[in-house]
Design a protein around this ligand. Structure first.
Ligand SMILES: NC(=O)c1ccc[n+]([C@@H]2O[C@H](COP(=O)([O-])OP(=O)(O)OC[C@H]3O[C@@H](n4cnc5c(N)ncnc54)[C@H](O)[C@@H]3O)[C@@H](O)[C@H]2O)c1
Ligand SMILES: O=C(O)[C@H](O)COP(=O)(O)O
Length: 528
């Protein structure tokens, strides 16, 4: 099978080599497409690769009938409708580490350009003026740099600004006084940072919570003559409020790499001589572009080839060593879910997934996702996947619970899946046997030992002599060969269960005839 990959923003040619070298991938590069063009083109593609230039809207995602993955060669995913992607089961990956250094260096360049009026002075020279008085700057040394958002880039900026002998004070919801002491920088609340800083630089993502984080009210609390730097995202700073703050003299100057609307040709902020600006160049270095493109292309390839990705955005990511521990359980978990839902004859209202034994100590959320996927696929079809399984369960108003216990009833590991409906509770448990693979070991309260694969029949019957023989002859009459059989009972002469694996699907005629046998109470055909 060949996968079609569309690249709709300029990506480093060296960076996309992994895709070009893959023999199951066809790469198409088409940049500058309008939303309408992309809606039309996207239908034939399995993967879409973008930078910040392409707005991947819900309507584009809706049209992406074959779309399996959207790759962002960079950090910010605010140009991608993540909810729409998740609902459609499309995984979004980014390349969060590749441009950290470049963005931090660009921030420092902007900070210095701002403090020493370099762009304005250069322009003046170009216009044949030798003007020294107009461009007297300020030093960075001993000034306080307020950093809002101390993630990858914020941290790198802090290190570099210390080298400029600046005092740093930072705010981030995940930053503590202890961490600040270790880094040798100051810690403050958002209010403290913006009140104490001579220069403020923002390094948060653009989220609902960070949109206009720096607004007129925030400017009002800052020192007079403060300098502002934004090399993160347009929209974190309210541009109208910034304009007013500069005109009023509250803000001495601003260095901006990013804007609320991009691209643009005219911007009122650029009319102000106190503003220095670049057209979103923070990640635009040869080095960063090569790394982000390689990283994202490799993840796209992994996903298309059915492997786990390294940098998922709409799925929690797991470190490699943990993934190695949980991945072997995915198949068992999905099959347990698929097996159980076929035994349930009403709408599932609650799904409880319990993990025991060695699973007690590991991150089981991805295993739960696979169970839910197995359950939902039965009725919702193949488009259910790891990305949208939990979202779809929530949409169907199914409560999903996850539990853990150290005791595994004699097994080294045990996954128990229980489905509650209005009037039923059914459960199945399975284990991964060392060297022997997955097994179903409990169905309701019966003990069995069945490989969860192929064509199966679950028969609930009364424990009476001859029932197995009658059932066997009936299947024989329908030319259905029994490969394995497991039987267990509640008590002698009581309720019992039979699980058969057979060589072909149990057709309706055979199923109905089985139901005619007096001792047989229920028959379910399951194909895993
Ligand atoms: N100009 C460019 O070309 C360029 C290049 C790379 C990254 N960026 C942008 O820079 C930003 C940061 O990137 P990163 O790689 O450092 O991301 P990151 O995820 O490592 O760091 C972001 C930090 O912001 C913090 N944060 C979130 N909400 C906050 C709030 N309300 N107040 C304070 N802190 C908050 C988070 O806790 C996190 O630590 C992103 O918006 C990214 O898109 C821009
Ligand atoms: O979020 C990012 O990674 C940067 O804003 C870079 O954007 P770009 O890939 O469009 O340069």
């Amino acid at each position: 099978m060949t996968f079609n990959v569309l690249i709709s923003d300029p990506l480093s040619e060296e960076g996309i080599l992994p895709l070009r070298l893959a023999d199951n991938v066809k790469v198409v590069i088409e940049t500058g497409l309008s939303e309408e063009d992309l809606e039309e083109r996207i239908t034939e593609f399995d993967a879409l690769l973008v930078r910040s230039g392409t707005q991947v809207t819900r309507s584009i995602i809706n049209k992406g009938k074959n779309l399996k993955i959207i790759g962002r060669a960079g950090v910010g995913v605010d140009n991608i409708d993540l909810n729409a992607a998740t609902e459609h089961g499309i995984i979004v990956v980014n390349a969060p580490n590749g441009n950290t250094n470049s963005a931090a260096e660009h921030t420092m360049a902007m900070l210095m350009a701002l403090s020493r009026n370099i762009p304005q002075a250069y322009l003046s020279l170009k216009e044949h003026r030798w003007d020294r008085k107009k461009f007297v700057g300020v030093e960075l040394r001993d000034k306080t740099l307020g950093i809002v958002g101390l993630g990858r880039i914020g941290t790198e900026v802090a290190t570099r600004a210390k080298g400029q002998r600046m005092n740093i004070i930072a705010y981030d919801p995940f930053f503590t006084k202890e961490k600040a002491d270790k880094m040798g920088i100051g810690y403050g609340t958002f209010e403290e940072v913006i009140q104490q800083a001579d220069f403020i630089t923002v390094h948060t993502p653009l989220l609902k919570e960070t949109r206009h984080l720096i607004d007129a009210k925030a400017f009002g609390r800052m020192k007079d003559g403060v300098f502002i730097v934004n090399c993160a995202r347009g929209g974190i700073i309210d541009e109208d409020a910034l304009y007013e703050a500069i005109v009023s003299g509250k803000v001495a100057g601003a260095a901006l790499d990013v804007f609320e609307e991009e691209p643009f040709m005219d911007h009122k902020l650029l009319e102000l001589p106190e503003v220095v600006a670049t057209p979103h160049l923070g990640a635009s270095t040869v080095e960063a572009q090569e790394i982000v493109a390689v990283d994202v292309c490799k993840d796209v390839l992994r996903h298309l080839n059915g492997e786990s990705v390294i940098n998922p955005v709409n799925l929690p990511s797991l470190p490699k060593d943990i993934m190695k521990k949980v991945e072997p359980y995915f198949y068992l978990a999905e099959k347990l879910g698929a097996f159980l839902i076929d035994l349930v004859s009403e709408v599932a209202e609650e799904i409880n997934v319990s993990f025991a034994g060695e699973l007690y100590d590991i991150e089981v959320a991805p295993i739960t996702r696979n169970t839910i996927k197995g359950i939902l696929k039965r009725h919702l079809g193949m488009h259910v996947n790891d990305v949208n399984a939990l979202y779809l369960a929530e949409k169907k108003e199914i409560v999903v619970n996850e539990q853990k216990t150290p005791q595994a009833k004699g097994f080294t590991n045990l996954i128990t899946v229980e489905i509650k409906t209005k009037s039923q509770i059914r459960k199945v448990a399975g284990t991964l046997l060392n060297g022997l693979g997955p097994r179903i070991v409990h169905v309701d309260n019966y003990r069995v030992d069945v490989r969860p694969e192929g064509h199966m029949v679950v028969i609930e019957h009364i424990d009476q002599p001859g029932v197995i023989g009658r059932m066997g002859s009936l299947l024989g009459k329908h030319d259905i060969n029994i490969a394995t059989m497991q039987v267990d009972r509640s008590d002698r002469g009581g309720k019992a269960i039979m699980i058969l694996t057979i060589d072909r699907h149990l057709d309706e005629a055979a199923l109905n005839e089985l139901l005619q046998l007096d001792e047989i109470k229920d028959v379910v055909a399951i194909d895993l």
